[in-house]
Design a protein. Structure first.
Lengths: 335, 335
């Protein structure tokens, strides 16, 4: 593992993104979000992905010149065409827009269509929570899960995230697949069997064989109910916003598809939390975390650092492989 | 099992509700919703519950004179004080209100606090779907689930429902507990062990013993992720709307608590589906159900009859016990 400061990591990632043609402001916003994932210890959605973004930005799969084009503008709902831009800065802008509109109207939503991967979805609910809003976010991606009982992938990991301005904040951030592909890869490497309910063979048969699962499909969390939740996520993104449903979204990791725009969509909802109370009592926002703790549990997201509290001096760890790739790309792009 | 027509069942249920003091219009709206559950084959949320509602209406736990008092009125968000009224007509009115506001603003939400049980949550998303809207509903109830790793119940079954106006409609309708208590009771009666992941002992230890589970707690679907989703549902209802969090909500089935208002809250979101498309293409709403079927799966909710298609001549089955209780209540209330 290599260690570097958050400040250095953001500077490096920004420079690399700028070198592909992305504007500095969008590049830095995206870099901050990418590095925040590493700061959270979610390396899988952090700098590890940067080389793939860079590859796509150069190959045409992600458009460095993209703007957010407003295509629908109702008082509480805006839909933007992301023009195949990088998902990070686009979803952040969408969340800011939803937040502003929610403060006026009580609730507001923003959809971004024709976008790309946005990293860890949980990142985008924090700014809303920090303004006293409930934030909910959905996204889609390449298909990795079959319908329940089915035999072909049609759903992405169907991630959803939500933040509630309790004290401390409640942060829900999950894929509706039972586990991430990385967890299956680790079992395959160790030669261990999977837990039941994690994966299917490529024919859609439940399997405990990690190697079969790697060429197969992920299973939804909790069986048929998780499938239904994944369908809701896919409906609110790929089906309703579009342009692409999960089954038509190119794989980000496939080098031969780097020139193909992914057509990914994101959907974010902001709600003015204070306005919801029926009795004007807001103390339940303080009490709920206590209730969870007193019952012997842990508030979802309580292990996460508030992005507002991440400083440039914080230190992140990246694998040697990721460090090498970033070094390779720095040479390639003349940074 | 006894059989009766939907028309007769609605007439009977309406008369019984009116006899407790509930206005005819509210009584009939509620009766239709209750009987629709039986028509769907979800007897557990249908006429089986009516005696408990009647008991509470007479004892004071549900207020027959309740109105919906508007306490927050923003362009896209309304919150009503349900004045301890029956949840059915109240959530229906909330869904209608959310639908009207969503048609103007793109998205809208309505919260109802200080309400009571509303039956099957899936009922309330259909009218929105039938108007071309996405409908999403959340509710709370008495605590039956611990936090993940915890040892005291603090979450209700935390139900959520969603309808998407695909052709045919996609209907998600689920409790975020792994299974319903009734399924555990059936295992206990049969002397069969539970599946792993269904339940905890009253100390919070995972158990396969159905009898221990019946005096214990339900487990969330899919483990810790299901717990997080349940927390989101509870946050959007009990915590934010209130007045009661799940842990403070009296049990509907406990006769000695029939005089205690439950303080239940519901939250519904409506979204103008047509407005979400980034490319003006609405054909994905037709294609998605085909994609599911072609992949060997089943669209969530495809087994459900559209409430608009339920006719008075349709026949429902109720258990002999439910038939007897309704007959008993008819005598008691002089119907």
């Amino acid at each position: 593992m290599a260690q570097l400061s958050v400040g250095d990591a953001i500077e490096k990632a920004t420079a690399l993104l700028v070198a592909t043609g992305l504007g500095r402001e969008k590049a830095e916003a995206s870099a901050r979000l990418i590095v925040a994932s590493d700061r959270w210890g979610i390396g899988s959605h952090g700098l590890m992905r940067l080389p793939f973004y860079l590859d796509r930005l150069l190959a045409g799969g992600i458009n460095p010149q993209a703007t957010m084009k407003l295509v629908t503008d109702l008082p509480s709902l805006a839909v933007f065409d992301g023009e195949n831009g990088l998902g990070h800065w686009q979803l952040q802008m969408a969340a800011d827009e939803a937040a502003s509109r929610a403060k006026v109207n009580g609730i507001a939503a923003v959809g971004v269509g024709r976008s790309a991967h946005c990293g860890a979805l949980g990142l985008y609910v924090w700014p809303m929570v920090n303004q006293g809003l409930v934030g909910i976010a959905f996204s889609t991606g390449p298909a990795v899960m079959p319908p329940w009982g089915g035999n072909e992938p049609i759903l992405s990991t169907s991630p959803m995230a939500a933040g509630i301005p309790t004290t401390p904040p409640t942060i829900v951030d999950l894929a509706t697949s039972a586990v991430a592909r990385g967890k299956i890869a680790a079992k395959a490497q160790a030669g261990d069997p999977l837990d039941p309910g994690w994966a299917f063979t490529k024919e859609g048969v439940p399997t405990l064989d990690a190697k079969e699962a790697l060429v197969g499909m992920l299973a939804p969390l909790g069986g048929v109910k998780g499938y239904a939740i994944a369908v809701l996520v896919e409906s609110l993104t790929g089906v309703l916003i579009g342009p692409s449903m999960a089954k038509d979204i190119p794989d980000m990791f496939a080098a031969d598809q780097a020139a193909l725009p992914q057509g990914i969509s994101h959907f974010v909802i902001a709600i003015d939390a204070e306005k919801l109370s029926v009795d004007g009592d807001h103390s339940r926002l303080d009490k709920f975390p206590e209730v969870v703790t007193e019952a012997g549990g842990r508030l979802p997201g309580s292990g996460r650092v508030n992005p507002d509290d991440i400083t440039d001096a914080d230190v992140i760890s990246i694998t040697d492989q990721v460090a090498e790739q970033i070094s390779h790309w720095s040479t390639k792009l003349g940074i």
